[in-house]
Ligand binder design. Structure first.
Ligand code: FE2
Length: 269
């Protein structure tokens, strides 16, 4: 694993316990897969979600996964954080339209990207910051950092959360359903998801807080807070009603107020 280059992304200043937890998180996307991918569930007009397989990390930390499918006005599909490509999921996606865009949202959620690109070689793949360097086997057709994507702009906006040493996440906004889509920056695991000492670490990291929260390891890893504040102000300008995240139950209303609470520690300093 040390040869993979991933370790250079580990923030040097993180306290030991969070550093261990961070190691666990990156392992999650390279190791064991469990369970069967569920069918797509309608989340709003022209947006669907699927709960993917559970991945198990080093030291036994387990993570649920989630992907989203957005249908553009012309019927083309955008796949956010593509999950494990099962026959069932493949059929469900195909029934919605043509897969034209693959959108990995950060440099961590890319394990299944190659399978989807193989299935849909004509789909355009956009790179979040840091992913091109990690996945040289993937053909990328553009970068989120280059600015708006013309083909989506009327339906989907995005903000890049700069200034974090763990990963640079692209936060999306689906205008029609007023849904903001986070990946790892906001998380909430169900009560009892982790057991024993893992439960303690998850509590310390705010992974199992009363409402979805920014884990402490991510807070500590924001080294350019001015850049991060500008990014979150872009997010707060959206009229967000609902919030999706990769690891946690969606927020169904008052999304903008929820996001403001989640990032109060950043905004108010
Ligand atoms: Fe994740």
């Amino acid at each position: 694993m040390k040869n993979s280059g991933l370790f250079r992304f580990i923030p040097a200043k993180l306290p030991g316990v969070f550093r261990s937890l961070w190691n666990c998180h990156i392992y999650a996307y390279a190791n064991i897969r469990q369970g069967v991918t569920a069918m797509l569930e309608e989340f709003g007009p022209n947006i669907w979600i699927a709960n993917g397989s559970t991945v198990t990390a080093a030291a036994g930390f387990r993570y649920p996964t989630r992907m989203a499918v957005i249908r553009l006005a012309n019927g083309d599909l955008v796949l956010w954080s593509p999950a494990e490509l099962s026959d069932e999921l493949h059929a469900a996606v195909r029934a919605l339209g043509a897969v034209r865009y693959l959108a990995p949202p950060n440099s961590l959620h890319h394990t299944f990207l190659g399978d989807w690109q193989q299935a849909y070689p004509e789909a355009r793949v956009y790179a979040p910051p840091g992913l091109r360097e990690k996945r040289k086997d993937i053909r990328f057709d553009g970068d989120f950092s280059d600015g708006p994507i013309e083909a989506w702009a009327e339906q989907i906006d995005f903000s890049i959360m700069w200034g974090n040493r763990i990963t640079t996440e692209v936060i999306f906004f689906h205008r029609e359903s007023r849904t903001a889509i986070f990946t790892d920056l906001i998380q909430q695991f169900p009560p009892g998801w982790f057991k024993g000492w893992r439960s303690l670490i998850a509590r310390l990291d705010l992974m199992v807080a009363a409402e979805p929260s920014v884990p402490r390891k991510f807070r500590a890893a924001f080294t350019d807070r001015r850049a991060a504040r500008a990014s979150i102000q872009h997010v707060l300008a959206w009229p967000t009603e609902k919030v999706l995240m990769a690891h946690g139950e969606p927020v169904s209303r008052d999304g903008r107020a929820f996001i403001h609470r989640s990032f109060r520690w950043l905004i108010n300093k």
